[in-house]
Ligand binder design. Structure first.
Ligand SMILES: [Zn+2]
Ligand SMILES: [Zn+2]
Length: 612
C-alpha cells in the first residue's frame, strides 16, 4: 500500500518533483490602455517523457521588496487554457492557482487578463498615459518550474516605447531571463513620453529614465547631474560594481498620491507624488535614489539568507531587514551627505530626528530589531482588517537599523582609532557572501547570510567578539549605547523636553474628517489611564469645545498633574471623564560636539563626516 500511494503521489505532484526544464514563454499585450487590462499569454512546452498530467499556473502572493501579502490573484480575470485553439479543462484549486489538464498535449497555452491601475512599484498600472509593472503582479509562474529559463515578448501600443534595466537596444521587445525570479525583478515602463539620459562612471553606463506627468521646470539636466554625484559617492565606497549598467527609473506622478522607491538587481524604480519642478520633490527623489542605489549591493546582492529564491505561496520571515533596509537607510543619509547635498549640521540633525523617532516610540522597549524584521509582513504596507496594537508595539526596522548602523560605525571607528568602520564590514560581507561563496541556489550568485554570519564579520572588522553586542541591541531591546558610540568621535547626545506640544497620548483619527475622533491611543498614557478609548469623539477639554484646530492648544493650557474634565461622545451618548496630565512622554534629541575633545578624537569625527 505504501508503495502504491508513493507512486500515485509522485504522479500527482509531478510538476514540483521533476527536474526537467519546461519551455516557458510569456507574451504581454495592452491593446486597450483605458481598460487598465494587461493581456498575458503563457506558453508552456513539456518534455516528451514528462509524467505530469496537469500544469499549475500560480500567481505569487507577494513580491520581493514589499513583505506583506499583496494577493495579486485578486486582479486576474478571464483565464482560459488551450492547445492549438482547442480549449483545455482547468480548475481553480486555491486562491492563487489555476490547474490546467494537459490531456496528453505537450504544449499548453494559458491566457488571462490582469487589471492594474496603481502606480506603486508593487502593483501595476495601465492607463492612457503609460504601462508600468514590476512583474509578480502580472506574470503567473509554472509551479515546480520557477528555476527554468523564461522568455518575455512585449507588444506595446503603437508609438509607445519599452524600457527597463535590462534594455540593451532601442525598440527591444524581447527578453530572456535565467529564471522567473529574475524576470519579476525588472520594473518596466512602456509609454510615449518618457525620456532617457545617460552618464558613465568607471566605464559603467547609468541611465536616468524619467516619466513626468507634470512640469519639470527645466530641472531634468541638473537632476541627472545630481544623480551622477550619488553614483560617484556610492561607488567610491563599494568599488567598481560588477554590473555593466544600471537604470534609475523615475516617475514624477503629479497625482499627490503615488509614492515608492524599490530596489532591483539592475535598476530602481522611484515614484514621487509631486513634480520635478518642486524643490521638495526634487530633493526627495534624490534622497530616495541615494537609498535605493545602495541596495544594488546591500539587499539585492549581499542579502539575508531568506531573500531568494522564494516560496510565493506564503510570506517569508526575514531576520535581517534591519541590515538590508536599516543599514541602507543609514547609508542613504550618509551618501546624500557625502555627495554634498547636505552639510554636516543637516546630516547630524537628520540622525537626531531618527533617534527621537525611535527613542520616543513605546515599541522601543518591546520590539527588538530582529523581531521588527520578522514582523515585516504586518508592518510593511500591510492592510489590516482588524484593529491592531501595532502603533504601540511595532518598531521600524528601517530606523532602528539605521541607528544600529550608526552605533556600530562610530564604535568601530573609535575602537580602531579610525582604521576601520562600518564601510569595511559591508565590503567584507559583500565579498565573502556574494562574490566568493559558492552559489547556494539557482537564483543568484553567492549565498545569503545569517545574523550569526553577519555578527562574525562585524567581530572580525571590530577586532573584538560582538556576539554579546548583537544579543543586547539586535535580539534584545536594551537602549543603544549612544554615549559610548558618539563619544568615540567627540560627540554627545542631548535629551531635552520636547518642543512639540504635549498630547497626553491622544492620537486623532486622520481618516475621520468630520469629527475629532480618537485613533489608537498611546499605550500607558494619561489619556488611556483617564478612560479615553479609540473611537471616542472628543467634544471638550476643561469645558472648552474643541475641534482639530484648538484641541492641542487647549490641552497645553494645563500643566503636569492637573486633573481636567473631558467630554466625549461614545455609543451616541455624551460622557464625562477626567484625565490627569502626566510627565512629557516625548523628548527632543540633539547631537552636539564635545568642545574640549582631544585633537585625535576630533580627527576621527572629521573623517566620519567626510566619509572616509
Ligand atoms: Zn510611466
Ligand atoms: Zn530600502
Amino acid at each position: 500500500m505504501i508503495r502504491l500511494i508513493l507512486v500515485l503521489a509522485l504522479t500527482l505532484f509531478a510538476p514540483s518533483q521533476t527536474s526537467q526544464q519546461y519551455g516557458i514563454s510569456y507574451r504581454l499585450a495592452m491593446p486597450h490602455p483605458a481598460s487598465h487590462l494587461f493581456e498575458v499569454t503563457v506558453e508552456v512546452t513539456v518534455p516528451a517523457n514528462d509524467p505530469s498530467t496537469f500544469i499549475d499556473f500560480q500567481m505569487p502572493k507577494w513580491q520581493p521588496g514589499r513583505y506583506s501579502v499583496a494577493d495579486f490573484a485578486a486582479n486576474v480575470q478571464e483565464f482560459s487554457a488551450q492547445w492549438q485553439n482547442r480549449a483545455l479543462t482547468w480548475t481553480k484549486i486555491d486562491d492563487q492557482t489555476w490547474r490546467v489538464q494537459r490531456q496528453g498535449n505537450r504544449s499548453v497555452t494559458a491566457t488571462y487578463k490582469v487589471f492594474g491601475d496603481d502606480l506603486s512599484g508593487t502593483y501595476a498600472q495601465l492607463d492612457v498615459g503609460h504601462a508600468n509593472f514590476t512583474g509578480g503582479e502580472i506574470f503567473m509562474y509554472v509551479a515546480g518550474h520557477k528555476p527554468d529559463p523564461v522568455e518575455l515578448h512585449i507588444e506595446p501600443p503603437s508609438s509607445w516605447r519599452v524600457v527597463n534595466g535590462r534594455t540593451e537596444r532601442p525598440d527591444q521587445h524581447d527578453w530572456k531571463y535565467p529564471n522567473y525570479e529574475v524576470m519579476i525583478d525588472n520594473p518596466t515602463e512602456i509609454g510615449p513620453n518618457w525620456t532617457e539620459d545617460n552618464f558613465k562612471v568607471d566605464g559603467k553606463t547609468y541611465r536616468v529614465v524619467i516619466h513626468s506627468r507634470g512640469d519639470e521646470g527645466a530641472r531634468r539636466a541638473a537632476f541627472v547631474r545630481d544623480v551622477e554625484k550619488l553614483v560617484r559617492a556610492e561607488t567610491a565606497m563599494w568599488g567598481r560594481p560588477e554590473f555593466d549598467g544600471y537604470t534609475f527609473l523615475f516617475h514624477f506622478a503629479a497625482d499627490d498620491r503615488s509614492s515608492d522607491g524599490m530596489e532591483h538587481l539592475l535598476s530602481t524604480q522611484i515614484i514621487e507624488p509631486g513634480i520635478l519642478a518642486d524643490r521638495g520633490t526634487y530633493d526627495d527623489a534624490l534622497r530616495t535614489a541615494a537609498h535605493e542605489f545602495f541596495h544594488a549591493w546591500n539587499v539585492k546582492r549581499l542579502r539575508p539568507v531568506e531573500l531568494g529564491p522564494w516560496d510565493w505561496t506564503k510570506l517569508a520571515a526575514t531576520r535581517g531587514l534591519w541590515i538590508g533596509e536599516g543599514f541602507t537607510q543609514y547609508y542613504g543619509v550618509e551618501m546624500y551627505h557625502r555627495a554634498g547635498f547636505e552639510d554636516s549640521a543637516g546630516f547630524l540633525q537628520n540622525i537626531s530626528e531618527t533617534i527621537a523617532a525611535i527613542e520616543n516610540s513605546p515599541a522601543n522597549k518591546l520590539m527588538s530589531a530582529e523581531a521588527s524584521s520578522m514582523a515585516a509582513p504586518f508592518i510593511d504596507a500591510a492592510l489590516h482588517r482588524q484593529r491592531t496594537n501595532l502603533p504601540n508595539t511595532s518598531l521600524s526596522y528601517y530606523l532602528k537599523g539605521e541607528l544600529i548602523a550608526l552605533n556600530l560605525d562610530l564604535l568601530i571607528r573609535g575602537w580602531t582609532n579610525g582604521q576601520r568602520g562600518l564601510d569595511d564590514v559591508m565590503r567584507r560581507a559583500y565579498d565573502e557572501f556574494y562574490v566568493k561563496s559558492a552559489n547556494a541556489s539557482y537564483y543568484l550568485k553567492g549565498r545569503g547570510y545569517t545574523i550569526d554570519d553577519f555578527a562574525r564579520v562585524t567581530s572580525e572588522i571590530a577586532g573584538r567578539d560582538m556576539n554579546d553586542w548583537f544579543a543586547k541591541y539586535v535580539r534584545g531591546v536594551e537602549p543603544l549605547p549612544y554615549d559610548e558610540a558618539l563619544a568615540g568621535v567627540g560627540l554627545r547626545l542631548v535629551k531635552s523636553a520636547a518642543s512639540q506640544p504635549y498630547t497626553a497620548g491622544i492620537v486623532i483619527d486622520q481618516q475621520d474628517r468630520q469629527s475629532l475622533r480618537l485613533g489608537p491611543l498611546r499605550t500607558d498614557s494619561a489619556a488611556e489611564r483617564g478612560g479615553l478609548q479609540q473611537g471616542d469623539v472628543l467634544l471638550s477639554i476643561g469645558g472648552t469645545s474643541v475641534g482639530r484646530e484648538n484641541w492641542l492648544t487647549t490641552l497645553n493650557r494645563y500643566k503636569q498633574e492637573d486633573r481636567i474634565p473631558v467630554t466625549v461622545r461614545r455609543f451616541r451618548q455624551t460622557r464625562e471623564l477626567t484625565i490627569q496630565l502626566g510627565p512629557p512622554d516625548i523628548y527632543d534629541y540633539r547631537i552636539e560636539e564635545i568642545r574640549n575633545a582631544p585633537a585625535g578624537i576630533k580627527a576621527l569625527r572629521e573623517a566620519w563626516l567626510r566619509g572616509n
